[in-house]
Design a protein. Structure first.
Length: 319
């Protein structure tokens, strides 16, 4: 029987450390154009079953993209999964080579599914959205500081707030232009924003950070952003279900849109009020509404249909 190769790569800003499960030998490459080219060539010769690497704040993107283009099956894994896996195996030490071997072991035991790397346009849109999120956070922090700031520094804070607001306007303009320049994105954006409660922020966030929306079934879509109810039947917890994990930035944008929808979207508003009348806690009801809104948006993109309250009324977030 032909031996299967499972590869783990520890990615840092300057280095790519490569290990194959079950082998002592390891390789190190520079995390630059030349190093990535050498690493990809070596991995193509290995014909691995899967190459696993951690998401490391963007340092993994060039390598993952080159592996995808070269047809090497690649999985970008949440670092928390790797840390939990290492702890469960009793591995507490941490070096670059050891991390690569742990990732390779994780790949062999868990066999994560390969995931397509977003194309360049989606990556650019995601980068702009990430910058927008940073500016909004800085703007909020500065406004909070202004209230308790001493008189000598208030003018400086106000000047910074004015600059951040101008920067935010420029970013918003760039996002809108990016969507308008793409016929596919423009069509999806129009479909999404036809739903009462869905504005540019959620629409563009979904386009950039959940490009597969419209493809998965409703349960998988809910799990992807962390609004799927998961069983916790353990110890004294029986019949309890909670939501966790998923894509935090998408979940945050969906939460804000759902708050608006519970007031202005007749389908979501009626659903929310019915759950509250049945005695559901407001937080539980709101999470169910988030799931229902996501289910509606997923179905709309799948079928390329605009908002229709009669059809939306029939969608179930639980089925």
């Amino acid at each position: 029987m032909e031996k299967k190769n499972y590869v783990g790569i520890d990615v840092s800003k300057g280095t790519l450390d490569v290990a194959v499960h079950g082998q002592q030998e390891h390789w190190s490459f520079a995390n630059d154009t030349s190093g990535i080219s050498k690493a990809v060539s070596m991995l193509k010769e290995l014909s691995p079953e899967i190459v696993a690497l951690e998401a490391t704040g963007g340092y993994e993107v060039p390598l993952a993209a080159e592996l995808g283009i070269s047809g090497v099956p690649t999985a970008v894994v949440n670092p928390r999964q790797i840390r939990d896996f290492a702890r469960s195996a009793g591995i507490l030490a941490k070096t670059d080579i050891l991390d690569a071997r742990i990732i390779a072991r994780f790949a062999a035991k868990m066999e994560p599914a390969p995931r397509a790397v977003p194309d360049a346009e989606v990556q650019e849109l995601g980068a702009i959205i990430a910058r927008r999120r940073q500016v909004v956070e800085m703007l909020t922090a500065e406004k909070n500081r202004l209230g308790s700031a001493m008189k000598p520094v208030k003018p400086r804070i106000k000047a910074h707030i004015a600059w951040l607001q101008k920067e935010l306007e420029g970013i918003n303009t760039s996002l809108q232009q990016k969507v308008k320049d793409s016929p596919i994105w423009r069509e999806k954006d129009e479909l999404l924003q036809s739903v009462p409660g869905v504005g540019p922020n959620l629409s563009i966030t979904l386009l950039a950070e959940m490009p597969e929306l419209g493809t998965p079934n409703r349960k998988k879509a809910a799990a992807l952003i962390g609004v799927a109810p998961l069983n916790r039947d353990s110890g004294t917890l029986r019949g309890k279900r909670t939501t966790w994990g998923g894509r935090r930035t998408v979940r945050s944008a969906l939460y804000m849109a759902t708050l608006v929808a519970t007031r202005h979207n007749p389908v979501i508003r009626d659903f929310y009020q019915r759950l509250c009348a049945e005695g559901k806690p407001k937080k539980v009801a709101l999470t169910a509404c988030m799931r229902k809104l996501l289910t509606i948006l997923n179905a709309m993109l799948k079928n390329s249909t605009v908002w229709n309250p009669k059809i939306a009324q029939l969608t179930s977030p639980c089925s």
